[in-house]
Design a protein around this ligand. Structure first.
Ligand code: IPE
Ligand code: IPE
Ligand code: MG
Length: 247
């Protein structure tokens, strides 16, 4: 379970331990320039690097990036292929640097739908960075919150049917153990770029008490300064978790 604490005037506000990002606006960034959407996805890679470095600078322990949703499979074939190609390229090209920075990469989502080449690249980067202890980077790929909860329901139902689990024993902890994010704390801060006010099926279970920040910039234009500004905004928030303020 996440540690749930209050910021009081006597203690400096903590940086968020876990930041999650809905990286949105690549297509609009490209159309604004008269370029194909794929060029927006390519430009978005710079923002991934910026955000990662910003997180290391700020001492953030976990960064979770929404890279491709279950619904994104419905996009035109060439766009899907370009996003998958870029992910593979990123995994291969950045491996040495990620290792050097102490980043541990994990890919969370429905791997069955990925093609063999992408699967091999992500297996490799996970293995190559497994010792990283400075920052955990989770890339949510072929992921949606509903799909994740359905999968958890199926896993738990299977254990009940096998006589290993009594339905009365299913609590938050057991359900969390059946999610892709098993073992991770809930996000403290969610950033969505491109000014859209919606979750688009992202981490529906885990975001229950997350602070949300909508950034107006399109994802390829997001910089580490934008990240630091988001962290400062987070530090001004008062988290109550349904309780009353202690002051
Ligand atoms: C986010 O940018 C990246 C992915 C979903 C892969 P979009 O591609 O959604 O860009 P917009 O929202 O159409 O501008
Ligand atoms: C959410 O953005 C998915 C990712 C950022 C990977 P979308 O662009 O797919 O969401 P909608 O369609 O605007 O809700
Ligand atoms: Mg979008």
């Amino acid at each position: 379970m996440t540690s749930r604490s209050y910021a009081t005037p006597s203690t400096p506000p903590p940086v968020p331990g876990h930041v999650a990002v809905i990286m949105d606006g690549n297509g609009r960034w490209a159309s604004d320039r008269g370029l194909p959407r794929q060029e927006g996805h390519r430009a978005g890679m710079t923002a991934v690097r910026e955000t990662l470095e910003g997180c290391v600078e700020a001492g953030i322990e976990t960064l979770t990036l929404f890279a491709f949703s279950t619904e994104n499979w419905e996009r035109p074939e060439e766009e899907v292929a370009s996003v998958m190609g870029l992910l593979k390229y990123y995994a291969e090209k950045e491996e040495a640097e990620l290792r050097e920075k102490g980043v541990r990469v994990r890919i969370l989502g429905d791997r069955e739908r990925l093609d063999d080449g992408v699967r091999a690249a992500i297996d490799r980067i996970e293995e190559a960075t497994a010792d990283g202890s400075r920052l955990r980077l989770n890339l949510m790929l072929s992921y949606s919150g509903r799909d994740e909860i359905l999968r958890a329901a199926r896993l738990l139902a299977g254990r009940v049917a096998a006589g290993e689990l009594d339905p009365a024993e299913i609590d938050e902890e057991r359900l969390e153990d059946a999610l892709y994010t098993r073992g991770l704390p809930d996000p403290d801060l969610l950033i969505r770029t491109s000014g859209e006010f919606r979750l688009s099926n992202f981490m529906l279970w885990q975001l229950a008490y997350t602070e949300i920040l909508i950034a107006p910039v399109l994802w390829p234009d997001f910089t580490r300064e934008d990240l630091h500004a988001a962290v400062q905004e987070y530090q001004r928030r008062e988290r109550r978790f349904g309780r009353v303020s202690p002051s």
